[in-house]
Design a protein around this ligand. Structure first.
Ligand SMILES: C[S@@+](CC[C@H](N)C(=O)[O-])C[C@H]1O[C@@H](n2cnc3c(N)ncnc32)[C@H](O)[C@@H]1O
Length: 269
């Protein structure tokens, strides 16, 4: 049996998949359930003030970073493993007139290219689930945060006792499912890095809406531009069963989406 890729190869597969135009057609600008509405809810928990330095880890095409820069007045750095996404995000910042407040860099969440203690907040949407070494990524979030700084995560959650057995393998891993963790386990990983969870919320309906949206757009593309899907490696025969399995898993509570606000505690005197 072929072994799934690990480490850098896995990150590169994930970054390549999220650089594809077909993903943009299926997901829109925000590559996470809940879109910018959920990002606003996350931002509201970060106690941001204008001019605060914020890092968006796995910034994709820059949608979260540009919202934080435009609507919250933050000075945002975005870092993503995909050089193509970095270039698209930089272009989007220029088009939005926000290039002076949103900069994008290609880099790895597990080795963040920033000094210690410089950010008032770190956000990471729908990406911790994909990182091969989550403990290392959490340690990096903690390292670059200022004491008292906030962490905002939205991510896929899974019930450890009932992982959806149909949703495994590389495709499911890239689709943020195969290595997702229970919400409590994300908190434990963060706690091991010295980050305290302050607040959590479940947003499973947002995941259902994203599954519905992907299905509708897949059906449209299947009729209008099927070769764009097949050229991008989308298996049109198995897609309906995978989407149905994901929908059932959400309905059964085995798969979900959650928001987490954490904090890097200030040292006690
Ligand atoms: C599901 S998308 C989420 C993008 C963005 N946060 C959003 O919500 O729109 C996952 C992103 O993680 C990036 N990524 C995957 N592994 C990474 C890593 N090790 N370091 C930095 N970015 C990574 C991918 O390139 C992709 O842009």
């Amino acid at each position: 049996m072929t072994q799934p890729p690990a480490g850098d190869e896995l990150k590169a597969c994930c970054a390549a998949a999220y650089s594809s135009d077909v993903v943009a057609l299926l997901l829109g600008d925000s590559y996470h359930p809940g879109g910018t509405a959920l990002t606003r809810r996350l931002a509201d928990g970060l106690a941001l003030t204008p001019g605060a330095r914020v890092l968006d880890v796995a910034s994709g095409r820059g949608t979260t970073a540009l919202l934080l820069a435009g609507a919250y007045g933050a000075e945002v750095d975005g870092v993503d493993y995909s050089a193509a996404n970095t270039a698209l995000a930089q272009g989007a910042a220029q088009a939005a007139g926000l290039a002076d407040r949103a900069r994008f860099t290609t880099g790895d969440a597990e080795q963040l290219p920033y000094p210690d203690g410089v950010f008032k907040a770190v956000v990471c949407e729908c990406a911790l689930c994909t990182f091969p070494d989550k403990t290392q990524a959490a340690a990096e979030f903690a390292r670059v945060l200022k004491p008292g700084g906030r962490l905002g995560i939205t991510d896929v959650t899974i019930d450890a006792a009932r992982p959806p057995s149909e949703l495994t393998g590389l495709g499911a891993r890239i689709a943020c499912i195969a290595d997702a963790r229970p919400l409590d386990e994300y908190s434990e990983i963060l706690a091991a890095a010295g980050l305290r969870t302050l607040h959590t919320e479940h947003h499973d309906q947002a995941l259902l809406r994203m599954i519905d949206q992907i299905e509708a757009r897949l059906n449209l593309l299947r009729m209008t531009a099927p070769t764009r899907l097949t050229d991008a490696g989308v298996d049109l025969d198995s897609a309906p069963a995978v989407l149905a399995a994901a929908r059932t898993a959400v309905a059964d509570g085995a798969l979900g989406y959650a928001l987490l606000i954490g904090e890097k505690p200030r040292p006690t005197a």
